[in-house]
Ligand binder design. Structure first.
Ligand code: EPU
Length: 432
């Protein structure tokens, strides 16, 4: 089992190139299933969640050609099954997008249930089911599979009002509706950048989707999607993670290949904390020379502060002067990692959705573990900022969502490396 070893306390300097967005990629790959032709997808992040998504498509009969590290061609004309194998579909959360894609194109889908999650609480899919049912599908759970089918082989457009703003439900319903008979309206839709990215991908393949990025999305179903080329947007959360790392360690880093507008919610909070951020066309120059100031953070759906940056920002606030309040407004709980920060000397109390963060002057290196992807990123930030040596275990979580994190950090001057430790066995659970 791989571990990360970090000798902390060094400021970061240099440039970092941001990869394609994980949460766009894990929706766009399943959406490629709907395309009757060859889709060339560029700027794919090289992370294990993407590898698993591609593997599932291959199991269903897709032909996948790797063009280079970040580009694949997917040909789904040869799909021979609408039922996934149990594995690896049960390993990633995003496999639920296969339901929308298969249902949209073939009128039926049998997809292994994405299992439990590891940042606390349940991760329901009732809003996805509500959308599919409104479009005329029967949805049941049988033998560990989500089974969805239509009597006519084609979904019917419908108006769906989401009871909660859900990224997954918005994307899944949008996919299914792209090839439904007639018009679909999604009200109270999520507005994250990856929702716009999925809509742009589908439109570039011939779909008719308007309003993505607002809370009302209108979809006119089409008979067929045909092939084309599409480049995935840069990863907002990966960029935010490097920004948070500079905030915690000090230094100056040019974060390259980003869309600054997507970063506004994160940039504004870091500036409030005393970090300098200079915006250019597709880069942000992040500098921290002064002590960090306290700030209150509440996570919300986009354009609010992203829940996927909550562990990272809490880690930075653990080193800020004064008392900060962090409120988790998306998930019922996402604070398991706080125990690990405490082992490093952080002073944080958690009461359900709120963390009270009393800033300390420094953290000290310790043996810590990644509980999930973003919690893992927070552990890396903490270890980089801490005095002394840290050992981070369960790093397979981190590698599901961060391309070449070790290499990218080493280029910024971080003293971080990996070791292989065969003594432990760790079970992968669903995240992301
Ligand atoms: N919810 C429901 N019913 C549903 C769906 C969601 O009640 O049918 C609730 C959830 O319990 C949660 C809230 O709605 O309280 C938002 O959940 P959402 O559906 O938006 O989350 P998701 O689609 O399952 C995606 C990302 C997560 C990210 C959330 C919120 C992917 C693969 N995952 O999950 O990303 O935290 O949106 O932005 O896109 C990560 O990348 O580390 C990660 C966990």
């Amino acid at each position: 089992m791989t571990k990360y070893i970090v000798q902390g306390g060094r400021p970061l300097f240099g440039e970092v190139e941001i990869s394609g967005a994980k949460n766009a990629a894990v929706a766009i790959i399943p959406a490629a299933l709907m395309v009757d032709g060859v889709c060339r997808i560029e700027n794919l992040p090289q992370i294990s969640d993407v590898t698993l998504c591609l593997k599932i498509l291959e199991q269903l009969g897709a032909n996948i050609r790797t063009i280079n590290r970040h580009t694949v061609e997917i040909d789904c004309r040869s799909i021979h099954s609408t039922r996934t194998l149990p594995s690896p579909a049960d390993k990633i959360r995003a496999s639920y997008y296969l339901v929308g894609a298969l249902l949209g194109r073939f009128g039926r889908a049998e997809v292994a249930m994405p299992g439990g999650c590891n940042f606390g609480g349940v991760r329901p899919i009732d809003q996805h089911v509500k959308g599919f049912s409104a479009m005329g599908s029967k949805v049941t759970v049988e033998g560990g599979f989500i089974v969805a089918s239509t009597s006519t082989g084609r979904l019917k457009g419908a108006t769906v009002y989401l009871d909660v703003v859900s990224v997954g439900a918005t994307m899944n319903i949008m996919m299914a509706a792209a090839m439904a008979d007639g018009n679909t309206i999604i009200e109270n839709a999520a507005k994250e950048p990856h929702i716009v990215d999925l809509a742009n991908f589908l439109n570039s393949m011939g779909a008719n989707i308007r309003g993505a990025g607002t809370d009302t999305i209108k979809i006119r179903g089409v008979e067929r999607l045909s092939g084309g080329t599409y480049a995935i947007i840069p990863d907002q959360i990966e960029a935010g993670t490097y920004m948070a790392a500079v905030a915690a360690t000090g230094g100056q880093v040019l974060v390259k290949n980003i869309i600054p507008k997507h970063m506004d919610c994160i940039t504004a909070k870091l500036v409030e904390m005393g970090v300098e951020v200079e915006e250019n066309e597709d880069t942000l120059l992040v500098r921290r020379t002064e002590p960090l100031r306290k700030a209150n953070v509440k996570t919300l759906p986009y354009p609010g502060f992203p829940t996927d940056m909550q562990p990272q920002i809490t880690t930075v606030l653990a080193l800020a002067q004064g008392t900060s309040l962090v409120t988790e407004g998306v998930w019922s709980s996402r604070y398991r990692y706080v125990d690990e920060l405490r082992r490093m000397g952080a002073n944080i109390q958690v009461d359900e959705k709120t963390a009270v963060v009393e800033g300390v002057e420094r953290l000290t290196g310790a043996n810590i573990q990644a509980y999930d992807l973003r919690a893992g990123a927070a552990m890396v930030i903490a270890a980089l900022a801490a005095q002394g040596r840290s050992e981070i275990s369960n790093v397979q979580y981190i590698e599901r969502g961060y391309e070449n994190i070790i290499q990218k950090l080493r280029q910024l001057g971080a003293d971080i490396w990996t070791i292989e430790d065969s003594g432990e066995s760790v079970r992968l659970t669903n995240i992301g």
